[in-house]
Ligand binder design. Structure first.
Ligand code: KG4
Ligand code: ZN
Length: 350
């Protein structure tokens, strides 16, 4: 990896505007502006997200350059999230990256957001040592849940995925039933620390192969609390920690079951987690338990590289730069940019 190549990464796929500077595989800065505006709506409002990205992108990029102590003229390339994500949000980062690359006369590099969550493991300080190929990566975020077989940097195969809600979505929707703010995932994680994971039992999905389903858990929680509320209107407030711990336990064990099954079937014990839900403390503990029980080598990224961030975008841009995989200035944002179609920067026209 060239130690002198400095790249700016830009991420705007959902509700975080982020910019990061990388040299080699070392992150020099990683700045993110969240969007509190969505809290009042219980979820991300696409129009508000894209407007907030427009307001945030210039100051966020400026801060990233200042923190990294570099000038625009030091940049070798601009990497940006092309997709998947919300189209209006993606367009802000895409247009900004294109204009900046054009004005600086440097290559433009498109990045698949999901690939970036996975390849974040190769950032210098993400792990004590990076994963070895081939490895399995449980990729869990607000929009996606899948087990990916990572054969090489740009050779990935999805071997299992959710057939309905994503794991993060399940945390957020169940949190809404408990009247928690959006996103509820981190709040459930915090509240669960005081609760008993075996206090309540919720139905576990039965899906074929390595696929997941999370909508049934949400329905099971909904029916359960509706029933309890008839007898005690304060049931949720009075049992919040136990409810959170039990829901978290159900989601985490569901995730782990299929991951263990995939590890056994493929004979792979290099196992990583990635994406926003990989910040979850119970999931991290569950991975450590399998490490001891099954001799797995586990890879849990440093906290700041789990939820949406531009450091992971800059990392992929760096890997593509070394391989000469650049994008044309006519490239457009792609809301449904496919992970598997992007093996080696092959053109994806969707
Ligand atoms: O990767 P990410 O930042 O954005 C997407 O690409 O979707 O993931 C956001 C998701 C949200 O659903 C959020 O509730 C969840 O990650 N999340 C968590 C935790 N931190 C973030 N879920 C459970 N426990 C956490 N600590
Ligand atoms: Zn994400």
């Amino acid at each position: 990896m060239s130690e002198s190549t400095i790249i700016l990464g830009i991420e705007s796929s959902c509700d975080d505007t982020s910019a990061a500077v990388i040299r080699g595989n070392k992150i020099l800065s990683n700045i993110a502006a969240g969007q509190a505006i969505h809290n009042d709506y219980g979820g991300v409002v696409p129009e508000l997200a894209s407007r907030a990205h427009q307001q945030n992108i210039i100051p966020v990029v400026h801060q990233a350059l200042v923190k990294a102590n570099i000038q625009q003229s030091d940049l070798s390339a601009i990497g940006f999230t092309r997709g998947p994500g919300l189209l209006g949000s993606l367009l802000v980062g895409t247009s900004f990256a294109k204009s900046l690359a054009m004005s600086l006369g440097v290559p433009l590099i498109e990045v698949n957001h999901l690939q970036a969550h996975i390849l974040a493991h190769f950032i210098e300080d993400a792990n004590p040592v990076p994963p070895r190929f081939p490895f399995l990566c449980l990729t869990v975020s607000g929009g996606h849940t899948m087990i990916v077989l990572v054969k090489d940097y740009f050779e990935m195969e999805i071997i299992g995925k959710t057939i309905d809600d994503a794991a993060g979505e399940a945390f957020d929707k169940i949190g809404k039933l408990f009247a928690l703010d959006y996103p509820a995932g981190p709040i459930i994680d915090r509240l669960a620390k005081e609760g008993n994971p075996n206090a309540f039992s919720f139905s576990r999905p039965k899906v074929e192969g390595y696929d997941y389903s999370f909508s049934g858990i949400k329905t099971s929680v909904l029916y359960f609390i509706q029933k309890q509320l008839k007898q005690n209107p304060n049931f949720v407030e009075e049992h919040l920690a136990d409810l959170c711990a039990s829901v978290q336990y159900t989601i985490v064990e569901t995730l782990m079951d299929k991951l263990v099954k995939a590890s056994e079937a493929y004979g792979i014990r290099e196992v990583a987690i990635a994406g926003g839900v990989s910040a979850n403390s119970a999931l991290r503990e569950a991975m450590k338990k399998r490490q001891q029980e099954r001799g797995w080598s586990i890879y849990i990224p440093k906290f700041e590289y789990t939820t949406d961030n531009a450091a992971m975008i800059a990392m992929v841009a760096q890997l593509k730069y070394e391989r000469g995989i650049f994008s044309d200035l006519s490239v457009s944002a792609s809301a449904r940019y496919d992970l598997e179609a992007d093996f080696s920067g092959r053109e994806n026209t969707q």
